[in-house]
Design a protein around this ligand. Structure first.
Ligand SMILES: Nc1ncnc2c1ncn2[C@@H]1O[C@H](COP(=O)(O)OP(=O)(O)OP(=O)(O)O)[C@@H](O)[C@H]1O
Length: 599
């Protein structure tokens, strides 16, 4: 604590003391700087007083005293000036703050009459000086407090400005007391025109009805704000400032919608962030699709993904987004077939307040707006009604959206990835899909092969899905028996990878050993007729596969019987030796239950 901070006040007090007692006054701080002085020492303000002077002695002592015998008093013993000293008497009174001596008030009598008056009024004089010292101390403490409050306010200001949300603090009636940098940017506010005005006046577009109604925190309300051509949409919250029983103000927090969405994306993004290595498949068809998609990820052009249901179209769309330059921005999927036609328009494009009966206060942001700077994934685009196709075409051609009930176009920057499991060309021919839109969407076509056309990927998919299911279900199934794998490899998979995924999950649930067996598979897959029928339809088995299957069948039929190998050989029309050779060749064991494939 330093008296330097309050020199003006100390000087005033020195002058008061001098006029009351009629002697010269000098006040020094703890560093022996002359902070204030009257009379002949007035010109010496700012200079240092010697450590060996009576002031130095008083600082060390920390107690008040009167010197009526200058030059001979013990306080004068070390003073360099004692032989030239013209003083008749001196009084010293320490200034203390919490027991710490922060300075000294000194009175100097240069005349005998002054000395007499000091000596005769010792007690009153010391009491008066102590009160003056306390006054200086309290001024100093007050100054320290004010400094601390200023520092705290500045710290708070810096913290608030560093927050990435707009913050506005108002008093109990809504008068703006403070706002941070982000709020200024968000609402284009300027300090002079805003401070002490009512928040309703400034942000009239936003309905702060709740502010006056409740004293509880309110979260995640939507707002939309317009200032000339500028507009912003977002979410806000209100927190009342309650002191004792009274609400003395409110703190509003605002985020613009895309930033709020970025936060959500950051939080959940890691769980759904997809990269190309998450797409399993090494077949030629899959390798080609991945290569094309990887190239498309680097481009801003629109992509149309075609493929049967469950082939991984959304997986591809996500990988394209998360591998491209928009990966830090939102990925917004919307299934055009899953949303009723009358709702789809407002889901995609949003609406303005009062656009229709039941429209929410403040309106609603559509998926396109939410996806701004990111990617929108329009799944099942083939099911989009014709009138919305026209609106979508405008987005593609002019990069603007028009909200329901809106009177202006809002510019947006969204990458569109559309997907369909329908034959869009066919739909165009039948007049159900706009030709111009088809061409606009089909800038980069991407065809995802069905699982049926890449059966060689089944076993690596099974391995991966097994690991995924083990993790999900907390199980430790290590692999799948050959017989069970053959069934999976022979099935037609109309539901593609999604169906395979569900099948493995079912099997892992059913499996009580460490390998999935035929018994663990769903019945529909084990229905031989189905398989044979479907195989006959589309897939030709190699002679080796046929031989393998028949040997496997014969071994199973004869299992447990006496001379089972002889019987199996007989059924197959082979010699015993040939059967043994073939078992070795196919790595089959006598007991089928021992046969398995591990991943
Ligand atoms: N190649 C793959 N590797 C790993 N998992 C896959 C693969 N393909 C699809 N899947 C999984 O299959 C499921 C269905 O995939 P997705 O939803 O991407 O298919 P879709 O073609 O978009 O389906 P729909 O046409 O029904 O919307 C998802 O759980 C996905 O993770």
């Amino acid at each position: 604590m330093n008296l330097m901070r309050i020199t003006a006040s100390v000087q005033k007090i020195a002058e008061v003391i001098a006029s009351v007692i009629n002697v010269d006054v000098t006040i020094v701080d703890c560093e022996l700087n002359r902070i204030a002085a009257t009379g002949c020492y007035g010109d010496h303000i700012g200079t240092k007083v010697s450590r060996n002077s009576v002031f130095g002695f008083a600082l060390r002592q920390g107690e008040g005293f009167i010197i009526d015998n200058p030059r001979n008093h013990m306080a004068c013993k070390q003073c360099e000036d004692q032989h030239q000293c013209k003083e008749h008497a001196q009084v010293c009174c320490p200034i203390k703050v919490y027991h710490e001596t922060v300075g000294v008030i000194g009175l100097i009598a240069f005349e005998e009459t002054q000395k007499k008056s000091i000596v005769n009024n010792q007690e009153n004089l010391m009491a008066f000086l102590h009160r003056m010292a306390d006054l200086i101390a309290s001024k100093l403490m007050e100054e320290e407090k004010t400094e601390k409050i200023k520092l705290l306010a500045r710290e708070l200001e810096i913290v608030l400005d560093a927050v990435d949300r707009g913050i506005i603090a108002v008093d109990a009636v809504g008068k703006i007391m403070h706002f941070n940098l982000k709020a200024a940017q968000l609402f284009r506010l300027d300090e002079k025109s805003v401070i002490h005005r009512n928040i309703d006046e400034i942000l009239g577009e936003i309905d702060f009805y709740d502010l006056k109604m409740r004293n509880i925190s309110i979260k995640n309300r939507e707002f939309s704000y317009k200032k000339g051509a500028y507009r912003v949409r977002g979410i806000y919250g209100i927190n009342p400032i309650i002191v004792g029983m009274d609400t003395v103000g409110y703190v509003f927090t605002f985020s613009n919608i895309s930033e709020a969405l970025n936060v959500v994306n950051d939080v959940i993004g890691s769980a759904i962030e997809t990269k190309f290595h998450h797409i399993i498949g090494e077949s030629e068809g899959m390798a080609r699709a991945k290569e094309e998609a990887q190239k498309a990820a680097e481009s801003p052009s629109t992509i149309l993904i075609q493929g049967e249901s469950g082939t991984g179209k959304e997986l591809f769309a996500r990988a394209i987004h998360f591998q491209g330059s928009r990966r830090r921005r939102p990925f917004i999927p919307i299934n055009c077939a899953a949303i009723p036609e009358q709702l789809l328009e407002s889901e995609l494009f949003g609406y303005e307040e009062g656009a229709f009966t039941g429209a929410k206060r403040g309106g609603k942001a559509g998926k396109f707006e939410l996806a701004n700077k990111g990617t929108i994934f329009l799944d099942e685009i083939g099911d989009m009604p014709l009138h919305l196709q026209a609106k979508l075409l405008r987005v593609l051609q002019e990069n603007v959206i028009e909200k329901i009930g809106g009177r202006e176009y809002i510019p947006i920057d969204v990458r569109i990835i559309a997907a369909t499991n329908k034959n869009l060309e066919q739909k165009v021919m039948e007049g159900e899909f706009r030709k111009d839109l088809y061409y606009r969407l089909n800038v980069i076509p991407l065809n995802i092969p069905s699982l049926r056309d890449r059966m060689e990927d089944v076993d690596i998919l099974v391995g991966n899905l097994l690991r995924k299911c083990n993790h999900k279900l907390g199980k430790r199934v290590e692999g799948i028996q050959t017989g069970a794998l053959r069934i999976l490899q022979n099935y037609q998979w109309p539901g593609n990878v999604r169906e395979l995924e569900n099948t493995i999950e079912y099997a892992v649930n059913m499996c009580s050993q460490n390998q999935i067996s035929e018994e663990d598979l769903p019945k529909r897959l084990k229905n031989r007729e189905n398989q044979e029928q479907s195989n006959a339809d589309t897939r030709v088995m190699t002679i080796r596969e046929l031989e393998y299957r028949e040997i496997e069948k014969a071994l199973k039929l004869c299992e447990g019987s006496k001379q089972s190998m002889d019987k199996a050989a007989e059924l197959l029309g082979l010699s015993r030796a040939t059967l043994y050779r073939k078992l070795k060749e196919y790595q089959l064991k006598q007991s089928q239950s021992e046969t398995n494939v591990s991943f």
